[in-house]
Design a protein around this ligand. Structure first.
Ligand code: HEM
Length: 478
């Protein structure tokens, strides 16, 4: 029978029972995966604290994980223990997949082009406000990750949660986010059964945020005539197919989930982009020249116009900068699913048993020399050439909420693919490009001569530059 040909993917050998390859994987997952890809091919299993993790890489691996049948492979079984204490109940991975699909459609309403038009001036206002308060010298050194993280919190909170909650940020709301955030570490994935103290504080922080959101929502419901263009309004108005609205509590929980999804991912991307710009003044000059040509005059620290949505979309150099940064510094490098029914890997004789986890790591293909010349180098202009047309399959994996750029068979998938694909991509591009536009008009940047370009830190769920991320800024002429 066919069954006798069925095999499990090869297992990475290890010395310490139970713990398995956990230490080597934890220190540098990319190095670990590349090494074992050479030995075992694109599919292999390693042991981590008694869990069997099957890594699936290259284009076939990405496609297998992102497009696996939901009856065999689920994200909710892999992620819910990690996300439920943070997001709360009734949203994202705490509901059947069909409900998540509807919730993603609801979120899309707050990410319309009409909304982006309203968000751009808010992004600019928030960045200017932050700079005027914190980067006050004519030149200086800052912790760039810290500064950018704050700009991302301010811009995201203002446009997603609305001006009321944004104005409460300094009244402790920001601390509540940080508390929730502290739950988002690999340790909570590995030890979901441990009563870690952070679960207790995250529960309290969550309840407190729920209360604040509840008050704001109730206030808005009293003044139904006032229209706000933000995610809060979009979610308050949204309905399931059966006509039921999203409850106020679930509106709040969705907002927390969205903030968490977009915070470190966008902060890391913006920071890496600026660090690379600081190291490549020629690219900065190209970006400025493009903008000056577009607006027809010289731009300086004060004399830069507010771009329209179309302008931001057309910032080609900055677009390439973000795309290239995401290719080599994808913030999410391990995307996980749990196998709930044995599943065969197409075009192999491997079958993965129920109970295993599978991991996609699209950064492995997006930094593979097979697909990109000088694959580890940051070269934004590579996206100007045919390479983009060849490598980026324009066909979409669209599950009804308008995925835009990539199918699961593109080598570069920083936003994933398939039913769990990111819906924040366009928001992130508009937000990051607008922030870069303001910063490049107001300052010249250079790397701190002692620190240079930081290494990657793999200890958190989102890969961040190793701190302190020192960067020098120098105010430009008006
Ligand atoms: C899903 C990356 C920004 C909301 C994802 C996934 C990736 C990703 C790789 C797929 C996860 C998986 O398959 O397991 C990024 C990157 C970002 C970013 C690199 C910034 C540069 C945002 C923002 C938002 C957001 C700003 C919200 C406004 C979501 C949501 C999902 C998602 C709702 C769907 C989760 C699911 O269906 O399971 N993101 N994201 N993301 N992201 Fe993003």
């Amino acid at each position: 029978t066919w069954a006798q040909f069925e095999q499990k993917p090869p297992t990475v050998s290890y010395y310490v029972p139970f713990i398995g390859s956990m230490i080597e994987f934890g220190i540098n997952p990319i190095k670990f995966i590349r090494k074992n890809q050479k030995i075992h091919g694109n599919f292999f299993t390693f042991l981590m604290f008694g869990r069997r993790m099957t890594v699936c890489v290259d284009i076939d691996g990405n496609d297998f994980v992102f497009n696996a049948k939901h009856s065999c492979v689920t994200a909710e079984d892999a992620y819910n223990s990690l996300t439920k204490p943070v997001f709360g109940e009734g949203v994202v991975y705490d509901v059947p997949n069909s409900v998540l699909m509807e919730q993603k459609r609801m979120v899309k309403a707050g990410l319309s082009i009409e909304n982006f038009r309203a968000y751009i001036p808010i992004f600019i206002q928030e960045v200017n406000q932050y700079i005027d308060k914190h980067w006050t010298e004519s030149e200086g050194t800052v912790d760039l990750l810290q500064s950018i993280s704050e700009m991302i919190i301010m811009t995201a909170s203002h446009t997603l949660l609305g001006p009321e909650i944004r104005s409460k940020l300094h009244e402790g709301v920001a601390d509540l986010y940080h508390t929730l955030d502290s739950c988002f570490t690999p340790i909570h994935f590995l030890f979901e059964w441990l009563p870690l103290p952070s679960y207790y504080s995250s529960g309290k922080a969550h309840d407190e945020l729920d209360r604040i959101f509840g008050t704001v929502i109730a206030e808005r419901r009293k003044h139904t005539g006032e229209k706000h263009i933000d995610m809060l309004d979009a979610l308050m108005e949204s309905r399931y197919k059966n006509g039921e609205p999203l409850s106020d509590k679930h509106v709040g929980n969705m907002l927390i989930a969205l903030l968490m999804a977009g915070q470190h991912t966008s902060a890391a991307t913006t920071t890496w982009a600026l660090l690379n710009l600081a190291a490549n003044p020629d690219v900065v000059n190209e970006a400025r020249a493009e903008n000056e040509a577009k607006f027809g005059h010289k731009l300086g620290a004060k004399s830069f116009p507010e771009p329209s949505y179309e302008d931001v979309k057309d910032f080609v150099v900055l677009d390439n900068v973000v795309r290239e940064t995401l290719r080599i510094r994808s913030p999410l490098i391990e995307l996980m699913r749990k196998v709930v029914k044995p599943v065969a890997i197409p075009n192999t004789n491997y079958v993965i048993p129920a109970g295993n986890y599978i991991i996609a790591s699209p950064i492995i293909s997006s930094t593979d020399e097979k697909y990109y010349k000088a694959a580890e180098d940051w070269v934004p202009s590579r996206w100007n050439t045919a390479e983009k047309e060849d490598s980026m399959d324009k066909a979409t994996t669209d599950y009804g909420f308008g995925a835009t750029t990539t199918s699961a068979r593109s080598p570069t998938l920083p936003f994933g693919a398939g039913r769990h694909r990111c819906i924040g991509e366009q928001f992130a591009y508009v937000q990051i490009k607008t922030i870069l536009y303001v910063l490049l008009n107001r300052f010249d940047f250079s790397l701190d001569p002692k620190r240079g370009m930081p290494e990657r830190n793999y200890q958190s769920m989102v890969v961040l530059p190793e701190g302190p991320v020192l960067c020098r800024y120098k105010r430009r002429a008006d």
